[in-house]
Write a protein of this length. Structure first.
Length: 232
């Protein structure tokens, strides 16, 4: 009891460092957005592979999704950040923006991870459309590309967009792992502020509140989007 009474919690000590929290939160949002966009590209290609009539493409896409979804994201980050350079595959550096390639490696790893989940999102969205829609479109003279563009995708988007929003929210939380590799995001600010103030509890609580604000806000916006799509 005396130990608990001796603990002093003072969140006012965090006020001078709010700019670190804000910059870290902005970095987390940018990293998550870029990652999901990259994941959409990779996921779309993987979806085409799974739907391809060529077995080799189907096999490669299936192996990709199974391996990525079956291994921890932290392991994937470390494999790309440290494993690839160890076997002579350098991570490209971006002058002035990412001179040591750390951020590029993290974005690549997170994008590959997100792509495996986005692939399943695309696949589920496309499979949710009744096959009769395709048959009806083909009977009207539309080819496969036109059927996909004008008939299947407009209907599948109602399923895909909200689920992609959930993937973005998940990536905001999962991207916190990049702090273990020295990337400055909102989670990494805890290390900086702890070294400056020698306080551990307060920065962690502030970071938790920031994550809650970001995820709750995005969840609310996602709910509005989903209602609009359902009413469209």
């Amino acid at each position: 009891m005396n130990t608990l009474l001796a603990i002093q919690i003072d969140f006012t000590t965090m006020l001078p460092y709010m700019n670190y929290f804000i910059e870290g939160a902005w970095m987390t949002l940018k990293l998550s957005m870029i990652t999901v966009l990259l994941g959409c590209v990779i996921g779309f290609v993987a979806t085409l592979g799974k739907r391809s009539k060529y077995k080799i493409f189907n096999l490669l896409a299936t192996l990709y999704t199974q391996i990525i979804r079956g291994t921890p994201i932290l392991l994937q980050l470390m494999l790309i950040r440290y494993g690839l350079p160890a076997i002579g595959v350098p991570i490209p550096a971006i002058p002035y923006l990412d001179p040591d390639g750390k951020l590029t490696g993290c974005v690549l790893a997170l994008g590959i991870n997100s792509g495996a989940y986005v692939c399943e999102i695309f696949r589920a969205g496309l499979d949710s459309i009744d096959k009769g829609q395709t048959e009806a479109a083909r009977s009207l003279g539309l080819d496969a590309k036109q059927t996909m563009r004008f008939v299947i995708l407009p209907q599948a988007i109602k399923t895909i967009l909200p689920t992609l929003g959930n993937e973005f929210i998940m990536m905001i939380k999962e991207s916190s792992l990049v702090s273990t590799l020295g990337i400055f995001d909102v989670m990494y600010t805890q290390k900086i502020i702890q070294s400056l103030t020698y306080r551990q509890f307060e920065p962690l609580i502030v970071i938790a509140v920031i994550y809650l604000i970001m995820t709750t806000t995005l969840t609310g916006l996602l709910g509005i989007l989903e209602r609009k799509l359902n009413n469209a």
